[in-house]
Unconditional design. Structure first.
Length: 424
């Protein structure tokens, strides 16, 4: 079987490594890929938003199965383009990817189907939003409606901050068209958990839980990023939490989408907050998390293609999804200055240290091969260093040891990924 993966991050590298383990797969392509995905797949220079070109490639190369890793093409409708041409593809159609593409849509869906989430209002008019904020309780959360690379969320402690936030999102359009509509949401406190799931339109199967670290600096300080590190499973995702979410969140979401005429096929990522009143949905994503995939997929026992095919064919109920009884930690090596400004083109050395080391992974994100054939930095998040261990503490020790194996100029990482484990 020939497989095409669309995307270029650490998540797609993790997907490619999982797919490569399948005995059914003889060749993997990745568009556009990155400097490291080339080790397991042939990278093709087609952008993730070039839908017709991607479909042309799939036809010309007799691709049997395409996997869309990234949110932008999903929200833009790449799956519909592939399906219209009779090509087998894993991921939600445009009308279902809106679950991630519009925060206003997802909030309205949760309200309509009584899925626990923070109280909210949606505004399309800055003046009305400002009026509302005058009497709102602080802190408060402002969210640009559309996709904004995880950066369209502002937590405002005072009315002044909130007013400035409305200006940023709705008037200055800092997040572009994503700010045409804005969600104003109640501020919640609690631990965050990421739960990824496979969905075939009606059945949902939950993967092992994970926790991300979104802020750039140690101790959860600094700006929000795409994610600086993860661990899996989350010790805070207890049996009770799981039972609550199964009853009130997971299947209800899948059923709600089907009832709306938007059956969801692919991966739903539930961003949950464990509040004192119980788990609530912070956000939905329509894809694997990055860097959640880097700690969840290496622990999955099933053949990835079997599971994804079952999602496309509507037979997920027959799949027994299983994870290893161990743990994994991923520490992101970033370029100093991320997420604001940083240099690129720095030579990366030391990857050979990973060769032959079972349970250690060097997932590439912002990397590329230069003309001299060297792997150099090419983005803010450069590598995701993942290690497994018998338990979370061992996995964390292993992952931090492995971060020492890699060198590049301006290498930056958080030193407290998984610190929460000690409080569990
Ligand atoms: P989102 O992209 O919606 O997941 O938001 C990004 C981050 O902002 C989340 O991971 C939370 O840390 C934080 N956040 C979002 N919504 C809320 C909320 N209602 N209360 C507190 N924190 C929030
Ligand atoms: N790590 C969070 C995300 O993928 O959205």
């Amino acid at each position: 079987m020939k497989v095409l993966i669309v995307g270029s991050g650490g998540r797609e590298h993790a997907i490619a490594m999982s797919v490569a383990k399948s005995s059914r797969v003889e060749k993997i392509y990745c568009a556009p890929g990155n400097g490291g995905i080339g080790q397991v797949a042939e990278c093709v220079p087609i952008g993730a938003m070039e839908f017709e070109k991607l479909a042309d490639f799939a036809e010309e190369h007799n691709i049997d199965f395409t996997i869309i890793g990234m949110d932008d093409p999903l929200v833009g409708g790449v799956v519909d383009v592939f399906e219209a041409r009779g090509l087998k593809v894993f991921g939600p159609r445009k009308n279902a990817a809106i679950l991630e593409g519009s925060k206003a849509f997802s909030k309205d869906l949760m309200k309509k189907y009584h899925i626990p989430t923070a109280a909210y209002e949606v505004f399309d008019d800055a003046k009305k939003a400002l009026e509302y904020l005058e009497s709102a309780k602080m802190p408060i959360v402002l969210k640009a409606d559309g996709l904004a690379l995880g950066k369209g969320v502002l937590i405002c402690n005072t009315l002044e901050e909130a007013k400035a936030g409305v200006k940023e999102i709705m008037e200055d359009k800092k997040f572009g068209d994503a700010g045409k509509h804005m969600v104003v949401e109640e501020f919640m406190t609690g631990r965050e958990v990421s739960v990824l799931s496979f969905v075939d339109g009606k059945t949902i199967k939950i993967m092992s839980s994970a926790q991300d670290h979104k802020r750039a600096g140690d101790g959860d300080t600094g700006l929000n990023t795409g994610g600086m590190g993860t661990f899996s499973p989350s010790p805070f995702y207890t049996k009770e939490v799981d039972a609550f979410c199964k009853e009130h969140i997971y299947q209800k979401t899948v059923d709600a989408m089907a009832a709306e005429g938007r059956p969801f096929c692919g991966v739903i990522f539930f961003g949950l907050m464990l509040t004192e009143e119980g788990p609530k949905v912070l956000e939905y994503n329509a894809r694997f998390g990055d860097p959640e995939a880097q700690v969840v997929l290496p622990r999955m026992k099933n053949d990835m293609i079997d599971v994804m095919e079952a999602c496309v064919e509507g037979t997920l109920d027959t799949v027994d999804l299983q994870f290893e009884d161990n743990a994994a930690v991923c520490v992101v090596l970033a370029s100093q200055g991320y997420p604001v400004s940083y240099e690129k083109g720095k030579k990366i050395t030391g990857e050979e240290n990973f060769k032959g080391k079972e349970g250690y992974y060097c997932f590439h994100a912002g990397t590329k091969q230069n003309e001299a054939g060297e792997i150099v930095t090419n983005g803010g998040r450069v590598l995701g260093i993942t290690a497994k261990g018998a338990d979370l503490k061992e996995a964390r020790k292993n992952a931090y040891n492995a971060t020492e194996w890699i060198s590049f100029e301006n290498k930056y990482m958080r030193h407290d990924i998984g610190k929460a484990i000690d409080e569990a």
